[in-house]
Design a protein around this ligand. Structure first.
Ligand SMILES: [Zn+2]
Ligand SMILES: [Zn+2]
Length: 240
């Protein structure tokens, strides 16, 4: 790998990790040129240093700092299917290192280093929702008895994971004006809102985007409808 390529990758990786963490924990560095030192490209976090050095056909990923070595040893051996090179010893300051063949592995090592569980980060909220709906359909195709067997054995408490949420920051004025325009009547079925809001007693309608924001739809009055919950759900999930 070329030094310049690795440098760019490491800088991008630091930016990506800090974005996922939500605060600037990781700093990328490169030692000044001379004596091959410019190959010393690393990520610095609060638990020592993760070196990502260009090598022929890949990278050397090296660890410095005893706590880091202990923490990452098994992970790195698993990731690379190799035992470590080098050693870490109190009086011999040579850090262990692993040969890593591709960028995705470097990325995994860096995420582990930053204490981010990549398997839990890989999901977005909408992916999870889609996976869940698919599992419900799959479950519905089975006999009730096999579902009940599984329910009896399943944990009664639900697991929690963190997901990356990408949300649209909608314009509150568009929502308010659409609700005002509808004045309590669904703009699709023309029926009265089914109930009033607990918070302020106003009729409960939901403001829906005709062309989805995710598909490039605009957040404008022309692209929204104030709908009763039934119509809203039907537009999203109905067979129409
Ligand atoms: Zn309606
Ligand atoms: Zn909608």
């Amino acid at each position: 790998m070329k030094v310049e390529t690795v440098k760019e990758e490491v800088w991008n990786l630091a930016e990506e990790i800090n974005r996922v963490l939500g605060y600037p924990m990781i700093t990328p560095t490169q030692q000044p040129a001379g004596d091959h030192k410019n190959k010393n490209i690393s990520l610095i976090g609060n638990q020592g240093r993760l070196y990502i050095r260009p090598a022929s056909g890949g990278y050397w990923v090296a660890l410095s700092g005893a706590s880091l070595v202990n923490k990452m040893h098994d992970f790195m051996c698993n990731l690379t299917h190799e035992e470590k090179h080098g050693y870490y010893h109190k009086h011999q300051e040579r850090e262990p290192y692993w040969f890593v063949s591709d960028y995705q592995q470097v990325r995994k090592a860096a995420y582990f280093y930053a204490d981010i569980d990549l398997s839990k980060q890989a999901h977005s909220f909408s992916d999870l929702d889609q996976e869940f709906q698919d599992k419900v359909l799959e479950s519905l195709r089975e006999e009730s008895s096999s579902r009940q067997d599984r329910i009896a054995k399943a944990s009664k408490l639900t697991a929690q994971i963190q997901v990356i949420a990408v949300v649209f920051l909608r314009n509150p004025d568009v929502v308010a004006e659409a609700l005002f325009r509808a004045s309590g009547t669904c703009e699709r079925c023309q029926r009265a809102a089914p109930f009033n809001r607990k918070s302020d007693g106003t009729p409960y309608l939901e403001v829906h985007h005709i062309k989805r924001l995710a598909d490039g739809g605009e957040d404008t009055l022309e692209n929204v409808l104030a709908l009763c919950p039934n119509c809203h759900r039907e537009l999203h999930y109905g067979d129409i």
